[in-house]
Write a protein that binds this ligand. Sequence first.
Ligand SMILES: Nc1nc2c(c(=O)[nH]1)N[C@@H](CN(C=O)c1ccc(C(=O)N[C@@H](CCC(=O)O)C(=O)O)cc1)CN2
Length: 296
Amino acid sequence: MTQGTAQVLAGPPAAAALLDEARRRAARLPHPPHLALVRVGEDPASVSYVRGKAKKASEVGLSSHVHALPGDTTQADLLALIGTLNADPAVSGILVQLPLPAHLDPAPVLLAVNPAKDVDGLHPANTGALWNAHEGLRPCTPAGIMALLAHHGVPVRGARVVVVGRSALVGRPVAGLLLNADATVTVAHRATPDLGAVTRGADILIVAAGQAHLITPDMVRPGATVVDVGINRVPTEDGRGRLTGDVHPDVAQVAGALTPVPGGVGPMTVAQLLMNTVIAAERQHAQPEVTGELVR
Ligand SMILES: Nc1nc2c(c(=O)[nH]1)N[C@@H](CN(C=O)c1ccc(C(=O)N[C@@H](CCC(=O)O)C(=O)O)cc1)CN2
């Protein structure tokens, strides 16, 4: 039972709209915004994501450079590169691809990025701004989810939203963005007893738990909007593997609307990164003093 009745909330058209806006706004700036992509090691998924980000950047008129560091790069060398990129006025945005190899501690690395260039929105200055509803750069997947819902006309204001997952990359920041948009937000996680009782209360259910098919049809209110953020690679007979989400395909029989995996939230992450780079470049153009090492 994989063919359902739920409306498909497709990512590509929403991503295309965001990319069009990024292209238009970038063209108004005196110089193309520049995105520095930092990757450490050769994790195949990270190699592919960073390559995709650089390709999309050039499609919307941004310049980019991939700083590919060897897998045995030290914390000090990585921090030194970030310092150089912070101080370079030609660099509009800096993204450090995650996860980093196990010997590197991501917290000081994210803290080292100038918040004005933090196009991943993960510096505490930006996460604090998010939770206080102040201006700042927003994390890409959460902001992409909000743009996806808006593109497909899903109202958030006043909705009961349940977020499953509390990661720094998705669960926590998307909860903050939803609160700022006047939703009533519940965050559930692995210690939540009777998860189904919580998720059945959702008008909008956002699942970023990293567990394939965690959400089954009995856990979804009929007609609810379900956003599947999971990207799980499951083995196939040909050995190539297949992507599947955190939401069981049969949920399409119950939900009113559902994001597919692939082709749902994923493309929004990259589009939002490029939009963030344009926003960062616009602010730096208006306020050149924040581009150096002054702002932490
Ligand atoms: N510094 C960051 N690291 C990571 C982030 C992030 O936002 N910032 N997010 C993820 C990975 N990611 C981007 O980096 C990402 C994941 C998925 C997609 C995507 O378009 N997925 C496609 C399927 C792609 C495939 O076939 O493999 C889809 O869902 O349709 C883009 C970006 C972790 N790291």
